[in-house]
Write a protein that binds this ligand. Structure first.
Ligand code: DLL
Length: 432
């Protein structure tokens, strides 16, 4: 089932031809944006220099800092009267990054979201509960427009109010749930407590934060659904930049709208297909806020082979983490999702955990707090000590660092209704 079969199954050669035509147009368009005209001048580049897709590497990167420097609307490529919507993502410090859409951009986004929903097998028959936040965050409205475009029924409940979420899920015969994987975990737990009966849910479309394949299996088991990974970022569009199909073998990036590259995050050098590095995206068709070679900071791998689903668009591996979320503990690189995988593979734990990084004297320490399963907890001390040792051992085997494991009672770690905050880094506070 395809939304736009011809585009989704285009031979690679044709995709590349189309991309080159659009890239040339894009470079013309952005050369009118002061930020880009300045950097093109500095690099001595003119739009005429782009004659093949490999010339992409002549172009400068765009970073989050560039967006901050041009806050709020300085990167837009059209007069403000043509912008019909803005979204923003909150930064860890200071002002948010602001993105703008023309009516044509909203149209493209809705189409790409409808495509993504269809990747997961949804049709007009489905009832989709959108429990991503509505507002400046792109999750809620991005899904909303996509579900409507698909012709399915949208339940625009937004994030939070778990009790109401569960009521609607049952009463409206919801067949697909869209929210962060951490909120899906929370909803699964709450549903179990209520006694999950008469639930028609069959599909979950989860993203906006890293999650491991083990957590996917856990959610699939707990909710009795198929869970798909959807990826996106506001700077590029919002959700729907890529999404898994029913083959669950990577997330297809809509290459008729985006060019994806992988670079070495340290040197900025492009890496070949199959190698792990930072994802960089160029938007080919965005009008209001086109972006050249945006450094996402997300770590992944690209695979160009045609998928079992018949789509030819390049697939990216699930994002294991961001270069800036990577913890460096005593010189070892650690992504929270790696620890998540270990915890869930071991079993007898709940998918609720918290990592606490601190500095004791000259050394970094990593504490892993994890909730034990209700069953084990009911059994009290029996088995707890063994579990603690096992987690310690498995993490040390996988990551090569010793950690302190703290088992906590069920329901003691804060639940998240949006993006989970898995890490407390006390080193940032000077060890306090
Ligand atoms: O999180 C857009 C979105 C909404 C995607 C709903 C999927 C579903 P931002 O708030 O700008 O936009 O955050 C973007 O979130 O650079 C990644 O680091 C992370 N991220 C998004 N999706 C995934 C995913 C939205 N499926 C940032 N896996 C991105 C891992 C993800 N990380």
């Amino acid at each position: 089932m395809y939304w736009q079969q011809e585009l989704e199954t285009m031979p690679r050669e044709e995709i590349e031809k189309l991309q080159l035509i659009k890239l040339k147009e894009l470079v013309q368009r952005v050369s009118l944006v002061p930020h880009y005209s300045k950097s093109f001048n500095e690099l001595g580049i003119t739009p005429g220099d782009i004659n093949s897709l490999s010339d992409l590497r002549l172009l400068p990167f765009t970073t989050k800092q560039d967006l901050r420097d041009n806050y709020p609307f300085g990167m837009f490529a059209v007069p403000q009267k043509d912008i019909v919507r803005v979204h923003a993502s909150s930064g860890t410090t200071g002002k948010p990054t602001v993105v703008g859409y023309t009516a044509a951009d909203i149209e493209t986004w809705s189409t790409l979201m409808a495509r993504a929903l269809m990747f997961t097998g949804l049709t007009q028959q489905d009832v989709v509960q959108v429990a991503y936040g509505y507002g400046l965050f792109t999750g809620g409205l991005g899904f909303h427009y996509g579900v409507e475009r698909l012709g399915a029924t949208v339940v625009p409940v937004s994030g939070g109010n778990t009790k109401r979420q569960l009521m609607l899920l049952k009463d409206f015969g919801v067949t697909a749930l869209a929210c962060t994987p951490s909120y899906a975990t929370y909803l699964a737990e709450a549903l179990k407590e209520q006694g999950a009966q008469d639930i028609k849910l069959k599909v979950g479309i989860f993203g906006a934060e890293p999650w491991s394949n083990s957590l996917r299996k856990e959610i699939e088991r707990k909710l009795g659904i198929k869970a798909y990974d959807i990826y996106g970022l506001s700077e590029i569009m919002g959700p729907g930049v890529s999404c898994e199909c029913v083959a669950q073998a990577g997330l297809h990036i809509s290459e008729d709208h985006f060019i994806a590259e992988i670079i070495n995050p340290e040197t900025g050098e492009p890496l070949p297909y199959g190698e792990k590095g930072e994802l960089v995206i160029t938007t080919l068709t965005k009008v209001g806020f086109p972006v050249i070679r945006y450094r996402t900071r997300d770590i992944t791998v690209l695979h160009p082979e045609t998928c079992a689903c018949g789509r030819t668009h390049v697939r990216m591996d699930r994002v294991t983490g961001r270069t800036d979320d990577m913890l460096i503990v005593r010189g070892v690189n650690v992504f929270p999702s790696q620890i998540e995988s270990v915890l869930l593979e071991i079993g007898n734990t709940e998918p609720h955990y918290q990592l606490v990084v601190d500095k004791k004297g000259p050394l970094d320490t990593l504490e892993v707090w994890v909730e034990v399963s209700e069953a084990l907890f009911a059994d009290k001390i029996k088995g707890m000590e063994g579990l603690e040792h096992q987690i310690h051992r498995e993490i040390e085997n996988t990551l090569g660092i010793g950690v302190k494991v703290k088992l906590v009672e069920p329901k003691t770690i804060a639940r998240s209704e949006g993006k989970a905050k898995r890490v407390i880094d006390r080193r940032e506070l000077g060890g306090k």
